[in-house]
Design a protein around this ligand. Structure first.
Ligand code: NDP
Length: 337
């Protein structure tokens, strides 16, 4: 068994030398436990900000196959989603695992259980329904729109009969958003005046804003520049709603964020802003995953993935995702498959 461990806390942006591949000896599964073999592994933005001790295995979810079992509930051959970390093989209690739904269609890749029919898809759904209360006919703005969460956000909003404006960081991503049926798209890195572009995309303003990046987009590494949210908030309609889902441009900052927030805009436009984590609605996950899968089967939810082959390439895939290389969900596929 192999595992990627953290050699030192990320100081600023993660680098290759922060990770080390370690060989692990695994015990036999005891009563109620199973031995898993990873099939697909996920790299997600949150991994760069959760505090881990040096020498610990990197956290993360994977789709794995049960190859030995001492639990009748999860037999050999079953596929599961587990929070096993960056590991090729894991021994763990069967009770900690989420079995892949029994009627998972053969034609749908199991990797989607880490994306559109998994945690990112649930995040998109809850942000839109529980936090924003998005209604048909409304106009929605979403950033990091070509990513795992953002691409699902835009598509569900279209299913609900909304007008969707998406922002992403390359022309290829913008082309992808157009394929998905977004009404207006922009590349925030080349757009020039973000203010003007957002105004032109929705001259009457935005009812809802799904925020994935940060209030002040200050990343110097990719020279993003513009304070996206500060600009976006000026374009909200009165009584607009904002779901604060993520702040990826802040996760690798070495100092806490400072600086002005558009306070008066919040007051005068009477905006409502709510931060959330998808785990708040854990009790709804099984039913929500079925709804997401139904849209996939109907062809209403298209799922692009950015697949990196080989467990050895996990750190590179993670760093690449943080640098915006991915279109759709960033996934690692173990080479044996
Ligand atoms: P993505 O698949 O969207 O990948 C990350 C993308 O973020 C990159 O491709 C890049 O796209 C963009 N990005 C990276 N760095 C910057 C930067 N400095 N400034 C602006 N954009 C940047 O990731 P996810 O869909 O998995 O996650 C999206 C957001 O949602 C994250 O903030 C994540 O933490 C959050 N999240 C929150 C959850 C919750 O429960 N609240 C659950 C899951 C995710 P581009 O080229 O367009 O800039």
């Amino acid at each position: 068994a192999q595992a990627w461990v953290l050699t030192q806390h990320f100081h600023g942006f993660p680098t290759d030398s922060d990770f080390e591949l370690r060989v692990e000896q695994l015990p036999e599964p005891r009563d109620g436990e199973v031995l898993l073999e990873a099939v697909f592994l996920s790299v997600d933005p949150y991994m760069s900000r959760v505090h881990m001790k040096e020498g610990e295995v990197m956290i993360g979810a994977q789709v794995a196959k049960v190859i030995r079992s001492s639990s009748p509930a999860v037999p050999v051959g079953r596929h599961v989603v587990g929070r096993c970390g960056w590991r090729t093989h894991t021994v763990c209690p069967a009770a900690d695992l989420i079995p892949i739904m029994e009627d998972w269609p053969e034609e749908v890749s199991l990797s989607l259980a880490l994306g559109a029919v998994g945690m990112p898809g649930l995040t998109a759904l809850y942000g839109l329904e529980e936090v924003l209360g998005l209604q048909a006919g409304e106009t929605l703005l979403v950033n990091a729109a070509a990513g795992a969460v953002g691409s699902v956000v835009g598509q569900i909003a279209k299913i609900k009969g909304c007008r969707v404006v998406g922002s992403a960081g390359s022309d290829a991503k913008v082309a992808f958003l157009q394929e998905l049926g977004f009404d207006r798209t922009l590349n925030y890195k080349t757009v020039g005046s973000l203010d003007q572009a957002l105004r032109e995309a929705a001259p009457d303003g935005y009812h809802c804003y799904f925020e994935n990046v940060s209030p002040l987009q200050l990343d110097t590494k990719i020279q993003v520049g513009g304070p996206f949210s500060s600009v976006a908030l000026q374009q909200m309609k009165d009584f607009g709603r904002i779901a604060v889902c993520g702040g990826i441009s802040l996760y690798n900052d070495t100092a806490p964020q400072t600086g002005p927030y558009p306070h008066l805009t919040m007051i005068f436009k009477q905006l409502k802003m709510e931060g959330f984590m998808q785990s708040r609605w854990e009790h709804k996950h099984p039913e929500s995953l079925k709804r997401l899968m139904a849209w996939v089967k109907e062809g209403k939810l298209q799922c692009r993935e950015h697949i990196t082959e080989g467990f050895a390439n996990m750190p590179a895939a993670f760093i690449g995702m943080l640098q915006g290389e991915n279109i759709g969900k960033a996934i690692i596929k173990r080479s044996r498959w």
